[in-house]
Design a protein around this ligand. Structure first.
Ligand SMILES: [Zn+2]
Ligand SMILES: [Zn+2]
Ligand SMILES: [Zn+2]
Length: 253
């Protein structure tokens, strides 16, 4: 299994428009963070986690020309705003294929609202084709690939994390209920959001993410959904089995 971080930034990305801080001005490519998204490849099957506003650039940069599924964590725009560009995946097939979208019911409701034209009775030619699949609490399959949803909390909003074999990918969590933590245990690779050093009402900060790594004991952990307030990538000190993810980072499991 291969995990590729397509984006590791928080909702505004890094650099932030108009910001002249040391991180936003940095020449280190690891300080340039598109909105959070990841590609998981398992036995030739390609699963995209989240489709934010940088999706087009991310798929071009990673050379992705087809997807077997798109898994959405929640409805916030930094996770769904790029879905119109999924039409390139549809139209790479003849006849065009519907792109399979997996998300919980509230997230799919938001997708229907935001992309209303894709579900209209009289559809304009060339618009995206989505096949929506509702995720419940139990595991589901994308082809032969088993995916277990992990429900975390983003302030009050439920967000889906995903366990796929030895990988658990969680973003936009502030808290993880005890029963859900059991689904994460035994992960070889744990991806968690870590926004910044200071506390935040809806996101784990660095200390909270580190405490979860300590408790859940993955072999390796990577932090994502990072803001410019975290500091320069090169200057964030972490335990040996933990690192800040950066755009383009590839992790093999
Ligand atoms: Zn987000
Ligand atoms: Zn900045
Ligand atoms: Zn969010």
């Amino acid at each position: 299994m291969r995990l590729t971080f397509l984006g590791t930034g928080t909702s505004q990305g890094v650099p932030v428009i108009g910001c002249r801080c040391v991180v936003c001005s940095s020449d280190d490519p690891r300080d340039k963070r598109l909105r959070s998204s990841a590609l998981v490849e398992v036995d030739g099957h390609r699963l995209l986690i989240d489709a934010g506003p940088d999706l087009r650039q991310q798929l071009l940069r990673a050379g992705v020309d087809d997807l077997d599924a798109v898994l959405l964590t929640h409805e916030h725009m930094d996770h769904i705003a790029g879905m119109d560009d999924l039409r390139a995946i549809s139209f790479a097939h003849e006849p065009p294929k519907s792109v399979d979208i997996y998300a919980d019911a509230p997230t799919l409701q938001a997708v229907r609202r935001v992309y209303e034209y894709a579900f209209a009775e009289h559809r304009y030619p060339g618009i995206p084709e989505f096949a929506l699949h509702t995720i419940e609490r139990s595991s589901f399959h994308v082809g032969p690939v088993s995916v277990t949803p992990v429900e975390v909390r983003h302030l009050h909003l439920p967000v889906r994390g995903f366990r796929i074999g030895g990988l658990t990918y969680i973003t936009d969590a502030k808290t993880i209920p005890p029963a859900e933590r059991e689904k994460i245990r035994g992960s070889e690779v744990l991806v968690l959001n870590a926004l910044r050093r200071k506390e935040h009402i809806a996101h784990l900060n660095l200390d909270e993410a580190l405490a979860l790594v300590e408790e859940l004991r993955p072999t390796r952990a990577y932090f994502t959904h990072i803001s410019h307030w975290m500091g320069l990538h090169a200057e964030v000190e972490l335990p040996p089995n933990v690192q800040l993810a950066y755009d383009g980072l590839v992790v093999d499991l």
